[in-house]
Ligand binder design. Structure first.
Ligand code: URA
Length: 444
């Protein structure tokens, strides 16, 4: 077999065999097929696409390029969630302890912030002492004991994806549905989960701006996931605006801890975290269905609300901090005050209503603040971020306080403030609320 024949076959739109895909990917990982040939192949895939059979074969070949977590025999259905990424998207930190409190086991392997989207690992790294690079044995032990663990990929987890993603990033081939599908699902299968709820986002702050493209990606993920033996459901969800009341690393951890307060599930109001909690409940309800703990989304939500009132998820959140090397007393003492000294405020520039806070613009401003990064090797700041005091739909008068902003340094803050101001759109009439969950997609 020759790599050039495989490239030409894909260029001409022919369906590749599993052997051809395996030859190319294994040769790439072993170093016998050079970057330039794999780049040409990725571009051919970008334009020609892949059949469901090819996508499943690529996912399996990538999965077999590295080590897989062995979670056999730990008890409890293994169910995880994957989000295609957003701004203020922190549902993992809420739904993992919530699902664990209801008998699921969530082996969560996550990624880092890149571009305008945040990353779960950077949020967790903002907790002093918290370790996000667990050994396979530690990962297994913590999932078994606490019901969930949160870790990053090791160098041996799907090396084919690490190498291919780096190449796609610099060759204009990231936005290919079969390549995204194989990238996401090979990593999810490697972490050892049996079932997966997908949060596929569309809108200004999402990878896929158009809901129709997001649906195509969701269907590809569902068909390939099912072909690989995963129980799988997708929700198509709105990412036009940041989720919740905070964007930042420690700020988002803090918001999730606040959302797990049992008092909020009596009479107290969730305030600006209501959308975050609504999405977390919708996703956890589907996780419970996949794990055979609930027969419908309604039953799943009811179970979640009962669990939240009991305080068990909040206790599991704190227990996980300790299991992964943090200190609960120190964490609790940091709430409300672990902020950068470089602080500014954003005020309304018009009378009327907030029409929208554009997630893409805010996410990009966040890179300058130190919340996110442009290149994977750049550092982020645990103490930077934005707290919203008003969100879309709120009436405002010129001069009202809209946001408090913390930057990693004075220069970053100064550069980000005008960008954040540009993210706020005003209207004279009250805007209609945007739908948070557009559609549920199941297999078959
Ligand atoms: N996220 C991934 O993990 N892989 C992709 O290819 C795109 C988004």
């Amino acid at each position: 077999m020759r790599a050039v024949d495989i490239i030409v076959a894909k260029r001409e739109g022919r369906e590749l065999s599993r052997e051809e895909i395996s030859f190319l990917i294994s040769g790439f990982v072993a170093g016998s097929i050079p970057d330039y040939q794999v780049s040409a192949w990725a571009m051919a895939v970008f334009f020609r696409g892949m059949s469901p059979g090819e996508t499943a074969a690529l996912t399996e070949v990538m999965l077999n390029s590295g080590e897989r977590m062995d979670l056999s025999g730990i008890g409890g259905p293994l169910v995880d969630k994957h989000s295609t990424g957003g701004v203020g998207d922190k549902t993992s930190l809420i739904l993992a302890p919530l699902a664990a409190s209801l008998g699921l086991r969530d082996p969560m392997m996550s990624g880092r912030a890149l571009g305008h989207t945040g990353g779960t690992l950077d949020k967790l790294d903002s907790i002093p002492g918290y370790r996000t690079s667990l050994s396979p044995a530690e990962f297994r032990e913590i999932v078994a004991r606490d019901g969930f663990a949160m870790t990053g990929q090791t160098k041996d987890t799907v090396p084919a994806d690490r190498l291919l993603y780096a190449l796609r990033d610099v060759t204009g081939t990231v936005e290919s549905i079969p390549l995204i599908t194989a990238s996401i699902l090979s990593k999810k299968k490697a972490e050892g989960t049996e079932a997966l709820v997908l949060d596929v986002k569309y809108g200004a702050g999402a990878f896929m701006k158009d809901p129709a493209d997001a649906e195509k990606l969701a269907r590809s993920l569902i068909n390939t996931g099912a072909a690989l033996g995963l129980k799988i459901i997708a929700l198509l969800t709105n990412m036009n605006q940041p989720l919740g009341s905070m964007v930042g690393n420690f700020l988002e951890v803090e918001e999730c801890y606040a959302c797990l307060d049992p008092a909020l599930y009596g009479d107290a109001a969730l305030g600006l975290s209501a959308d975050l909690m609504e999405l977390s409940l919708e996703l956890t309800a589907r996780m419970l269905m996949l794990g055979d703990k609930a027969g419908s989304p309604e039953e799943g939500r009811r179970l979640c609300l009962e669990a939240l009132k009991s305080g068990r998820p909040r206790e599991l959140f704190l227990r996980n901090i300790e299991s992964q090397g943090g200190d609960r007393g120190r964490f609790l003492a940091m709430l409300g005050n672990y902020r950068s000294p470089h602080r500014s405020e954003i005020f309304a520039r018009e009378d009327g209503y907030i029409f929208r806070i554009d997630a893409w613009k805010l996410g990009h401003a966040g890179i300058g603040l130190g919340v996110g990064r442009n290149r994977s090797e750049d550092p982020v700041s645990p103490q930077a971020g934005v707290q919203f005091h008003k969100k879309a739909g709120a009436p405002v008068r010129r001069g009202d306080l809209l946001m408090t902003v913390w930057g990693k340094d004075r220069e970053g803050l100064k550069a980000a403030v005008p960008l954040i101001e540009q993210a706020v759109e005003y209207s004279a009439a009250k805007p209609l609320p945007e739908q948070l969950v557009m559609k549920e997609i199941r297999h078959g």
